[in-house]
Design a protein around this ligand. Structure first.
Ligand SMILES: NC(=O)c1ccc[n+]([C@@H]2O[C@H](COP(=O)([O-])OP(=O)(O)OC[C@H]3O[C@@H](n4cnc5c(N)ncnc54)[C@H](OP(=O)(O)O)[C@@H]3O)[C@@H](O)[C@H]2O)c1
Length: 283
């Protein structure tokens, strides 16, 4: 019997999840459809009931529903509990299980990039600076703290940086925080992650990266455009850079595996994403 999956959010029309998941079903010969639905915040509960009543096997959840969906679910995985947010729901014998693959997806994208080095040992004791303290930063911060990294979290709204620092520390992680400003952290970072929405519209970053450690791995989790001004500057300083497409891929791979219980066809999902991005950029 054909299985049904979806992604819900608002806005949703630019989501790349359908192209990636459909490619995975096709590659594995699984009879399944993956759709995207715009769901306004007022209709979230009705949408969850509707998807369940229609027999959907699972769905992804994106902005602005990742936290608000929690009261509508029966159970959370440890990853979703820890992040306080859900990006994947599985329907299991009528029970709705909320999961979160964002943080682990980010770590996997870094591990893939570090092939050739001992990626398992790479994180422990190193310095990561996270720019931003929104939903995406939160999942990334918990995942990196679990890997033993020392975090420095900087945000325009400074209180939100301190709140996230507190949450990381309560869970046993090492973290400090402050306002989103340049400083000596630039020269001391082993990993810098840009998680604010600055750059989505092609704009310059908020400050210069002139003092950045050229040995640092610099990530911007934005993937459209593929190279933000932030990444361009880091690359010009000699840093190894990475955009957010790998994070998108790996969170999708982990969600797919959570639903289907088998290995996802990573190469086909990656090709589908890359091809779609190229088409979008040409258009
Ligand atoms: N690659 C992926 O798979 C992936 C996954 C999720 C998200 N993302 C991308 O990550 C970005 C953030 O998403 P999110 O879900 O974390 O959003 P969010 O929860 O709304 O957080 C937005 C963050 O950006 C900061 N910000 C916004 N405008 C700013 C400005 N002009 N100057 C300084 N800081 C500013 C906010 O700071 P304040 O707290 O001060 O407002 C906050 O830290 C988006 O670009 C999104 O596309 C990528």
């Amino acid at each position: 019997m054909e299985k049904h999956f979806a992604v819900i959010g608002d806005p949703i029309e630019h989501s790349l999840s359908p192209v990636m998941h459909r490619a995975a079903f096709k590659a594995k010969g699984i009879e399944a459809e993956y759709q995207r639905f715009r769901v306004s915040p007022d209709n979230l509960g009705a949408a969850v009931s509707g998807l369940t009543a229609l027999g959907f096997a699972g769905w992804n959840v994106t902005i602005p529903h990742k936290e608000k969906i929690i009261p509508f679910l029966h159970e959370l995985t440890p990853e979703a509990k820890r992040a306080g947010a859900v990006n994947t729901v599985k329907v299991d014998s009528g029970r709705l299980i909320g999961h979160n693959t964002d943080g682990q997806g980010f770590v996997r994208s870094i591990e893939t990039e570090l092939v050739g080095t001992d990626s398992r040992g790479w994180f422990n004791g190193k310095n990561a600076v996270i720019l931003g303290a929104g939903g995406a930063a939160k999942g990334i911060a918990f995942a990196l703290a679990d890997k033993g990294m020392n975090l420095h979290i900087l945000n325009r709204t400074e209180e939100k940086a301190h709140e996230l620092v507190g949450l990381v520390r309560v869970r046993g992680g090492e973290a400090t925080g402050g306002e989103l400003l340049p400083g000596k952290w630039l020269g001391q970072a082993d990993l810098v992650i840009q998680t604010t929405s600055v750059g989505l519209k092609g704009e310059k970053f908020l400050f210069s990266l002139a003092e950045i450690n050229p040995e640092a791995l610099v990530v911007d989790i934005i993937f459209r455009p593929q190279e933000t001004a932030f990444l361009r500057e880091a690359k010009a300083k000699g840093c190894h850079t990475l955009n957010g497409l790998g994070m998108l891929l790996h969170q999708g791979v982990l969600a797919w595996e959570f639903w289907l219980g088998e290995r996802a066809p990573l190469a086909e999902m990656w090709d589908a994403l890359r091809n779609r991005i190229l088409v979008v950029e040409k258009g």
